[in-house]
Write a protein that binds this ligand. Structure first.
Ligand code: ZN
Length: 457
């Protein structure tokens, strides 16, 4: 993780100018020597991990301390480090809260690395050093939600790992559940309910997207002959969350918390599948199979009838304001005064897919959503503009597609441009922008966008 000078006279682990020391790197550097003109380093990590969690980060990196076991690293450009340090100042508090919920943090360091904009995901839970998209820096500490997710993986995913990708929900459903429990403690019940609500909308959208391929809406699924990137979606996250939330509601939170701690302690540093989880659930929560149709939840398609939306005053207020928009009413300033990104995201997600272009312009004239620094808000608004064929914003759409490489934003923007009848102009725009921006995207993102074009163009 660092470049080191090649000098045989430097004692092992010496603090060399501008490079990380043994202690700083968070790894146990066992040896360092030069061999035939090459620098050879050996690092040792005691905890076992599956291969997909092994990653290199190579670059000219700086860092800021944000907690006793956390540093934020990034390329030292454009004030990113300072902004990231502010955004993630509450990380240690989150780790402590997570430990009280799920047991001791087993990985010693919890460092964060902010990557360049081409990183195709929100985050990647590499143990000891989480990788993050720069779009997570929103300026209001709400980006902590992704950090809560990657932190939760320290227990669910990294400690207990799915045996293979057909049981991916064991990683992501549990982690989404754990993330929201952390958010509930550090940001409050209302914000947790908003994230559940945004997830609920997302799950419904994914089930609609896969209506011709319902196999992809199962928690446990058959991926033989299927490229994992093709079926990657919010389903294992949000349907998995809903399943665990359903069990929590059935048996009550204290009993579920006790079950969760026992589950983590029993299977830590092991890989398991859905059957092993269900056997453990039935053995520890007697009679659960009579109250919840476990087979329907894990092997059925779509959303089971006993799944449910969150209920909170803030959630109801936002969704009802979104309903008012259908009647032409834009929220008043006092109604949105306390809104941050998550509130706007939920509001936008609950609007009709397409409205009159004049309504899009009126909403933006009042709240400048097209200029938001929070991409969840900005892209949610631009999607509304595209679906409503409000072409005043297509310049901003193009700019956005050329400055971020996170698939969470690329996928919906390209999809909305190319799908539906009578939008030849939009398809031509999408193809031109992709041709110009393609080289800046990660190969995984390139493949996903090519698949969108293959389906619709
Ligand atoms: Zn995850």
């Amino acid at each position: 993780m660092s470049a080191r000078h090649c000098d045989r006279h430097d004692p092992l682990g010496t603090d060399l100018d501008g490079v990380l020391t043994n202690e700083e790197s968070g790894f146990d550097l066992k040896s360092l020597w030069c061999e035939e003109g090459r620098i050879v380093e050996e690092f040792v990590m005691e905890q076992p991990i599956p291969p997909y969690l092994f990653a290199f980060a190579v670059g000219e990196l700086g860092f800021r301390e944000v907690g006793p076991r956390t540093r934020v690293y990034s390329e030292a450009v454009d004030g990113v480090l300072d902004a990231a340090a502010r955004e993630f100042a509450g990380t240690e508090e989150m780790i402590r809260q997570a430990e009280s919920l799920f047991g001791e943090y087993e990985w010693e360091r919890f460092d964060l690395l902010v990557l360049p904009p081409s990183f195709p995901y929100g985050g990647m839970e590499n143990p000891r050093m989480v990788f993050l998209t720069p779009t997570v820096i929103k300026g209001d500490a709400s980006g902590a939600q992704i950090v809560a997710h990657e932190l939760a993986h320290s227990w669910t995913g990294n400690l207990i790992t799915n045996k293979n990708n057909e049981h991916f929900w064991l990683n992501e459903g549990f982690t989404t559940y754990a993330e929201r429990r952390i958010i509930e403690v550090v940001q409050g019940e209302d914000i947790a309910a908003l994230t559940i609500g945004n997830g609920w909308r997302g799950l419904n959208e994914e089930v609609e997207r896969f209506k011709d391929n319902m196999e992809y809406t199962k928690l446990k699924n058959n991926q033989e002959g299927v490229h994992p990137d093709e079926m990657y979606s919010r389903v294992p996250y949000e349907k998995g969350f809903q399943f665990l939330w359903r069990i929590e509601h059935q048996i009550g939170r204290p009993a579920f918390d006790e079950f969760l701690k026992k589950y983590i302690a029993t299977f830590k540093f092991k890989s398991i599948d859905t059957g092993i989880f269900l056997d453990f659930l039935k053995a520890n929560v007697h009679g659960i199979e009579k109250d919840i149709d476990l087979q329907l939840w894990t092997e059925g398609t779509g959303i089971p009838p006993d799944a449910h939306e969150p209920v909170s005053n803030l959630y109801i207020k936002i969704t009802s304001l979104a309903n008012d928009f259908k009647l032409g009413r834009i929220p008043r300033e006092d109604e949105v005064a306390s809104w941050k990104g998550q509130e706007w995201e939920l509001y936008l997600k609950n609007l009709p897919r397409a409205v009159e272009p004049s309504q899009v312009l009126a909403l933006d004239a009042r709240y400048r959503l097209s200029e938001s620094k929070d991409y969840d808000v900005k892209v949610g608004f631009l999607q509304l503009a595209i679906s409503s064929r409000c072409r005043d914003y297509y310049g901003e759409v193009e700019k956005t597609l050329k400055e971020v490489g996170r698939m969470r934003y690329l996928r919906p923007l390209y999809s909305d441009l190319v799908q539906g009848p009578g939008n030849e102009e939009d398809k031509i725009l999408a193809e031109r922008v992709f041709a110009e921006a393609r080289e800046c995207y990660h190969p995984i993102a390139q493949g996903v966008i090519e698949a969108i074009f293959a389906k619709h163009v």
